[in-house]
Design a protein around this ligand. Structure first.
Ligand code: 5GP
Length: 364
């Protein structure tokens, strides 16, 4: 097995509906086509298209949401996404998703997240560490297999720790954003560790989400923001001054913003393939990863949307290593350092550190 696959990895920026398997998306789209809800032949090429602009990506998400937004499907895709990440040795997954309400099918934001949690519990091919209501907030390991090995070992049954972030979509009102934060607070004991702000970056205004984000922070939730995906100096500055615990992308920052980002030491979730596929960064050799990495700024390699951008976390590590001339040892250190930026509690961090320490001799 190649080192980028066997190496333990931490995924901190993965959107549920962006990470659906192609085969599942096509199967679901075909089924809706047969029912006459959508025209499958029109859609097939849209789903299979490789490069798409940021605008087209958001059009695709609207389509994906038509295909996936029912409780059973949400449960299924959650289960599959977790299995896929675990299969490539992701040992900690912070999965983010936007709670959706659709009264015509009896879906509320709460029932949407409950369907996600059901998917988490339904995983049977790997051991999943998640939080459970039944056990007074204790961590449970969903295991059907042989005894769980807490030491990292590629030959034993795989194990993955999963925590959730609830996303606020930029199309939402202040009230809707607050509803998501309240839900996250109520579901903290079930493994919801924070809030993400995402959605089409040319839509909406920072001031709309600010009250909800402030409330989230006051109540002890962690916050990550999609920041600088398009040119918008005022918003980028407002976001950095908010001091989120992490930001995603960080592309269109000007000189002053870079200095601010570095002096505030805000970790950046880097999504190489996503940035190239959406034409947000013209080529990898000019990607800001290089400057941040050389400056020893905290960075975490992530996938964004494995399904939409046809990538995997292993691929992102392979691409970074070959493009930026980094060796296995440097990539292992990068992966290991990601543990320090997870939103889970110290107990989880300790466990992850020990997984990386056990694995070190194979990669350094
Ligand atoms: P979901 O939250 O429905 O599980 O995942 C899909 C959603 O994540 C999209 O509708 C969008 O709001 C958000 N998302 C996925 N990828 C990106 C991205 O690259 N940039 C931004 N700003 N939002 C994204």
């Amino acid at each position: 097995m190649e080192w980028w696959v066997s190496m333990p990895k931490v995924e901190l920026h993965a959107h549920l509906n962006g990470s659906i398997r192609h085969s599942t998306l096509l199967e679901l789209a075909r089924a809706l086509g047969e029912k006459g809800v959508i025209d499958f032949s029109d859609l097939e090429h849209v789903i299979l298209k490789k490069d798409r602009s940021l605008r087209e990506v958001f059009e695709l998400f609207d389509l994906i949401h038509i295909i996936t937004t029912d409780h059973m499907t949400v449960t299924r895709i959650t289960k599959e996404v977790i299995e896929d990440f675990a299969a490539e040795n992701v040992v900690y997954l912070e999965l983010r998703t936007t709670p959706k309400a659709n009264s015509s099918i009896g879906m509320s934001k709460r029932s949407y997240v409950e369907a996600v949690l059901k998917g988490l519990r339904a995983v049977s091919t790997v051991d999943v560490d998640f939080m459970s209501d039944n056990e007074n907030s204790e961590r449970l390991v969903n295991s059907l297999g042989p005894t769980t090995n807490h030491k990292y070992n590629v030959n034993t049954r795989k194990r993955i720790v999963v925590r959730l972030l609830l996303s606020i979509d930029r199309r939402e009102t202040t009230e809707a954003a607050k509803e998501t934060v309240s839900l996250a607070l109520e579901m903290k004991h079930l493994g919801v560790v924070g809030i993400d702000l995402s959605g089409n970056p040319v839509v909406g205004e920072w001031i709309t989400y600010l009250p909800a984000l402030k409330y989230a922070r006051e109540q002890g939730l962690h916050i990550t923001l999609h920041c600088g995906e398009v040119r918008n100096s005022k918003e980028i500055r407002d976001m950095l001054n908010f001091l989120p615990q992490r930001i995603g992308h960080a592309i269109f920052l000007d000189e002053e913003d870079w200095e601010k980002l570095k002096s505030y030491n805000i970790p950046v979730e880097i999504c190489l393939t996503s940035n190239i596929r959406t034409l947000s960064v013209p080529s990898l050799d000019v990607h800001h990863f290089v400057d941040l990495y050389n400056a020893k700024h905290p960075v975490v390699l992530c996938t964004d949307d494995t399904g939409v951008f046809s990538t995997s976390l292993s691929d992102e590590y392979r691409i970074a290593a070959s493009t930026f001339g980094l060796g296995k040892k440097e990539m292992f250190e990068l992966s290991k350092n990601s543990v320090e930026f997870v939103f889970a509690d110290n107990g989880v961090k300790e466990e992850l550190r020990s997984i990386f320490n056990s694995a070190a001799k194979s990669f350094i």
